[in-house]
Ligand binder design. Structure first.
Ligand code: ZN
Length: 257
C-alpha cells in the first residue's frame, strides 16, 4: 500500500536571499502586497509578494502524483495508476510535474500572473516549486524551453508568462538554463473553451523550432508552461523538439487543471 496522494498546504522553508537588483527595481514599481491576502510578506521567507498565510493556503501538489501530468493521486493506491487527466495523451515526453492545482488561490495566482499584468510574481511563483518535493531537482542541469506565445499575443500582453517562469525556475535549479528554442507559428484562438480533441488539433503544427536555435541533444530539455490543462500544447512543443533530435524531454508547469 502506498501513501495516499496529497495536495498539501504550503509551509515556508529556507531563509530569504538578498534581492537581485531587478527585484529591488520591481519593488519600487509593484508594492510588496500579497495578491491573495493583501498582507505584506515576511522579509525572511524568500517571497517578495506572497504572504505566509497565502502560501500556507495554496493547493500545492506533493507525490505521489501522475508521472505524465503531475496531477496528485488521491486515496489508497493499489495496482496500475490511471490518471483521468492524461490517459488519452500519448505523451511525447518522459515525465512531468506541476507545483499546485489551478484551484482556489492557485487559480487566482495564475490569473494574476497571466492576465492581470502580474509579471512581478514570476519569482515567487517559481519559489513555490521549492515546496514541491523533487520538482526543482528534475530541472537541474537541464535546458528549460518556455512555451512560446505568438508574436501578436506577446505584443498585446507585453510578456510571455512561461518565459518569465522558466527564467525564475532556472535561477533556483542548479545548472539549469533557458533557451527559447520554439516559436509559435499559428495564433490559436483561446483554448479555454475548446474540448480535448479541438485543443489537440489546434496545437498540432502550431510550433516550430526558431531559426538558428542552438539544439544540443546531449542535454535533457524541459518544456515550461504556466498551466497543464489537457497537455496538448506541451505535447506539440515536445513533438517539435523531438523531431529536431532531442531525445530526453520533460515538462514542468506551475499549475494543473
Ligand atoms: Zn496525468
Amino acid at each position: 500500500m502506498k501513501t495516499p496522494g496529497t495536495v498539501r498546504s504550503g509551509a515556508l522553508t529556507g531563509a530569504g536571499s538578498p534581492p537581485a537588483p531587478i527585484d529591488a527595481l520591481l519593488d519600487l514599481i509593484y508594492p510588496r502586497e500579497c495578491p491573495l491576502t493583501g498582507a505584506a510578506p515576511d522579509d525572511d521567507s524568500g517571497f517578495r509578494h506572497l504572504s505566509a498565510a497565502a502560501v500556507a493556503g495554496l493547493p500545492l501538489v506533493t507525490p505521489p502524483c501522475c508521472r505524465v501530468c503531475g496531477a496528485p493521486f488521491f486515496g489508497v493506491l493499489d495496482g496500475p495508476q490511471d490518471c483521468p487527466h492524461c490517459r488519452d495523451l500519448s505523451p511525447e515526453f518522459e515525465d512531468g510535474r506541476t507545483v499546485m492545482l489551478a484551484r482556489e488561490g492557485g487559480r487566482t495566482l495564475v490569473h494574476e500572473f497571466k492576465y492581470h499584468g502580474g509579471r512581478h510574481l514570476a519569482g515567487d511563483l517559481a519559489r513555490l516549486a521549492t515546496l514541491a518535493p523533487g520538482y526543482l531537482e528534475r530541472l537541474e542541469g537541464a535546458v528549460l524551453v518556455p512555451v512560446p506565445l505568438h508574436a501578436d499575443k506577446l505584443r498585446r500582453r507585453g510578456y510571455n508568462q512561461s518565459a518569465l517562469l522558466a527564467r525564475a525556475l532556472a535561477r533556483l535549479a542548479k545548472g539549469a538554463r533557458v533557451e527559447e528554442l520554439l516559436v509559435r507559428v499559428s495564433d490559436m484562438p483561446s483554448q479555454t473553451r475548446l474540448d480535448r480533441e479541438a485543443r489537440r488539433a489546434n496545437a498540432k503544427n502550431a510550433f516550430a523550432i526558431r531559426v538558428g536555435a542552438p539544439i544540443n541533444p546531449a542535454f535533457k530539455h524541459v518544456v515550461v508552461d504556466d498551466v497543464f490543462t489537457t497537455g496538448a500544447t506541451l505535447n506539440a512543443c515536445c513533438a517539435e523538439l523531438r523531431r529536431s533530435g532531442i531525445p530526453r524531454l520533460s515538462v514542468a508547469t506551475l499549475a494543473h487543471g
